[in-house]
Design a protein around this ligand. Structure first.
Ligand code: MG
Length: 220
């Protein structure tokens, strides 16, 4: 495909589920840990309930499910088990590297996850060098997604107007954040759950990263 000009000036990518295929792994570990605490919940339910939230909010939701405060070592254990599993199982989202090679506008990542997690997952998948100096975390701003702060922070860093930014998200919470920031937002569904992203207000939903360069160039 030839390189194309774009009406957008900045592409902001969510990390988990859009650049690295981490969601199935992290939701599986969380489901396993909840099961061990006696909460009978399946990985799919965990995904529906927790994807796209900050870790702190996820912990609150877990405590609600448990109907009592979390064990003190729950958060560090979850981090350790998640990192160990990611180390051996994590893959890039299919087609993301090839898609980025064809995109001519600046791009960055804005994630509700901490910098340490982004650096870990992007390192494992050999994508980190593409995003050095272009990583933004909810820890950098007062409020994570679904609030607009993180996307506005990234746009400001690149001195790009929100209206000229295109966000790619795989969660309703991220779509809401992009809309609140006044940005265009496309949902990446990985071929599943288009409806949830459209219902959240995504301007378009796509199922494979090979479609992204043309979407960024606004030729469809
Ligand atoms: Mg995500």
């Amino acid at each position: 495909m030839p390189r194309q000009p774009s009406p957008f000036e900045l592409l902001i990518l969510d990390c988990d589920g859009v650049v690295v295929d981490s969601e199935p792994i992290t939701t599986r570990v969380l489901a396993e840990m909840l099961n061990e605490l006696g909460v009978p919940v399946a990985a799919e339910d965990v995904a529906r309930k927790f994807v796209g939230h900050t870790f702190a909010h996820t912990l609150d939701l877990v405590a609600e499910l448990l109907k009592e405060p979390l064990p003190r070592d729950f958060a560090p254990n979850y981090r350790d088990r998640t990192f160990a599993t990611l180390e051996t199982e994590l893959r890039p989202v299919p087609g993301i590297a090839a898609a980025l090679d064809l995109i001519t506008i600046p791009y960055c990542i804005a994630s509700n996850g901490p910098h340490a997690k982004m650096r870990k997952t992007l390192g494992i998948t050999s994508l980190l060098s593409r995003f050095e100096g272009r990583l933004f975390s909810s820890g950098d701003v007062p409020r994570g997604k679904p609030f607009p702060d993180l996307f506005l922070f990234a746009a400001h860093y690149f001195a790009v107007r929100p209206a000229a930014c295109l966000v790619v998200e795989d969660s309703a919470s991220g779509v809401a954040a992009a809309l609140a920031a006044g940005m265009s937002v496309f949902g990446y569904s990985g071929g599943v759950d288009d409806d949830q992203l459209l219902a959240a207000g995504a301007h378009k939903v796509f199922g494979h990263m090979s479609e992204l360069p043309a979407l960024v160039a606004n030729v469809q």
